[in-house]
Design a protein around this ligand. Structure first.
Ligand SMILES: Nc1ncnc2c1ncn2[C@@H]1O[C@H](COP(=O)(O)OP(=O)(O)O)[C@@H](O)[C@H]1O
Ligand SMILES: [Mg+2]
Length: 338
């Protein structure tokens, strides 16, 4: 009988759990570790030999587990270490030192994509369209540079999941501009980035592959009945608060018709960006397509959410790739690169 491929599924936890912990309770809670549960089941359906490992603030269990289990592939769902998002790249770097194939982005791609200025600098170098921006590091004077036109959007420089993004992030005067930067620096204790506000349709585009790339059908965030004077932005509430989404009819759907040539441009832009960022597995780009057909990359998301309900899986399903096939493809992309 052919030996099963061993896959070690690793993910971050908010507390320490011993090796061998089964996560039954956490996985059963639909509000809790549903991504880990989805991926775990899909790996099992694919007949891989699966072990789970939660990582909180200690890397030793990972080293021990690798030594004992000897996985063929590590499926990396770690987004945080010790509750800090920017340590995802350090876990990636550790996996590189361990030397086993692992899924998703490399540590350098995680590093670049985590920083909204750095990723834009690289994309811009490759002549991809990004919003004009300026960075505000803590401890320096705050002012509005003339090169940044209003309205602008102010965001934490290195955050994810719209943390720190609300309607107040979009500013149309100098005072609000400065105040919002102060808010991010003083309240969130983070550096800030100011970007020109790009008006346009908000699209989410997944790209997968290593040598041959596949751009999956775009999803679009529809802002429903949100009042006209409110900026159309995927705020924290718009992303995560179901009551708020229902109240305003905010929902994610497949992108309807795009203006002539825009779909082709999105495909081309996303493939070029994927190469520019040295991706090998899967990524989701947040994009804005303007009414003149210009395509802006708002943000590259290395290791985006891949639960069944998330954009990546929805887009895959649209081309006839089941969730189980998607997860298998991600494992194989890692395995074949070893
Ligand atoms: N330059 C911009 N112009 C218009 N909208 C923006 C811009 N930057 C961010 N947004 C809006 O804010 C949302 C969150 O910004 P993003 O940079 O993707 O941060 P996060 O990493 O938190 O998802 C985007 O999905 C988009 O709706
Ligand atoms: Mg985003």
């Amino acid at each position: 009988m052919k030996k099963k491929l061993k896959v070690l599924l690793i993910f971050n936890t908010a507390y320490a759990t011993p090796r061998g912990y089964d996560f039954k309770e956490e996985f059963a809670d639909p509000e809790n570790m549903y991504t880990e549960n989805d991926v775990c089941r899909a790996l099992q359906v694919n007949n891989f030999e699966v072990r789970l490992l939660g990582i909180y603030n200690d890397i030793r269990p990972l080293l021990d587990e690798v030594k004992d289990f000897k996985p063929g592939v590590i499926f990396n769902l770690v987004e945080m270490f010790n509750n800090k998002t920017h340590f995802d790249k350090n876990v990636g770097a550790l996996l590189e030192m361990i030397g086993l194939p692992y899924t998703g982005a490399s540590s350098d791609a995680l590093f670049v994509c985590n920083n909204k200025a750095l990723s834009k600098k690289i994309l811009r170098f490759h002549r991809l369209r990004v919003a004009r921006f300026y960075t505000f590091y803590r401890g320096h004077r705050i002012w509005r540079p003339r090169t940044i036109k209003l309205p602008a959007i102010i965001k934490p420089l290195c955050e994810e999941a719209s943390r720190g993004i609300s309607q107040a992030s979009v500013v149309d005067n100098e005072n609000a501009f400065v105040e919002r930067i102060k808010f991010i620096q003083d309240n969130m204790k983070m550096d800030a980035i100011a970007e020109e506000y790009i008006e346009g349709r908000e699209l989410y585009v997944t790209v997968m592959g290593h040598k041959r790339l596949k751009v999956l059908p775009a999803r679009e965030l529809k802002f429903g009945q949100l009042p006209e004077d409110e900026p159309r932005v995927a705020t924290y509430k718009a992303k995560w608060d179901d009551n708020y989404r229902d109240r305003w009819g905010i929902k994610s759907v497949f992108a309807g018709k795009l203006a002539n040539g825009v779909e082709e441009r999105i495909n081309e832009v996303c493939k070029r960006a994927y190469r520019a960022l040295n991706m090998h597995s899967y990524i989701r780009f947040d994009i804005r397509a303007t009414s003149e057909g210009k395509v802006y990359i708002i943000e590259p998301n290395a290791n985006p959410c891949i639960a069944k309900i998330d954009e990546v899986a929805q887009s895959a399903e649209k081309i006839g790739m089941s969730y189980e096939q998607l997860i298998r493809k991600i494992v194989m992309l890692a395995y074949q690169r070893k």
